[in-house]
Write a new protein. Sequence first.
Length: 279
Amino acid sequence: MFGYIVVNKPEMKFREFDMYQSYYCGLCKSLKDRYGKRGQMTLSYDMTFVALLLTSLYEPETASGYRRCVAHPVEKHLYRQNEFTDYAADMNILLSYEKCLDDWNDEHKTKKRIMAALLKSKNQQVYERYPEKLDKICECMNQIHDYERQESRNIDEVAGAFGEIMAEIFAYRQDEWEETLRRMGFFFGKFIYLMDAYEDIESDVEKGTYNPLKDIFSKESFEEQAEQILLMMMAECSKAFERLPIVENAQILRNILYSGVWSRYDQVKQKRKEQKETE
């Protein structure tokens, strides 16, 4: 989907990475079990974080085993699977479907339209499991589309709408941790939306498509302003995370929150700097 919620592998211990990878493989298995090969095609690291976060908080019964798959046809890999890998699979289908529709509406990419058509029935299955949650998410998606059609320059407003989507996804249960998970998801969602805008700013300006960062892109201080905005989003997200009573896998989650999410940012920033130096 977005590809921003990843680990910083060089900073991890081998056993930590193996644990993380086992939940990634568990999510892959959940996608295949629930939605077949088409669902499996949507696999991403983004929802692996959600599965690992909720597993570490609620500590459910988790099944594990070794299996081969399309990506690993020769060597068997360890997987861990539970109710949260299943939930993450459902949310992965939802976000993948909405992302395909969004790409089709924005840039008329035929491949995305075809993919959306293939996922439509799968998305309906998700709706049947979580009707209220999906109604809220669809409401937020419509709000984002309205903001984009209006060419809104209110960065906080537009990013906040996607933040509400991630807040809804993070809040799995109505319990004592719901508010903290919602706050964490809200700022994580704002970071993802704005990171996507930061990465696409040149192409959006060139194509004349919507981007909430257009107003500050022409300023000399663009890089500094963009970095400060993104830092504020992750600071609030991480602050909420630290209020959760998570012990198991805490270091893996911190690796993602404090380091991994900046991997793509660093790549984009460096590439942009190199391009300017050659101009």
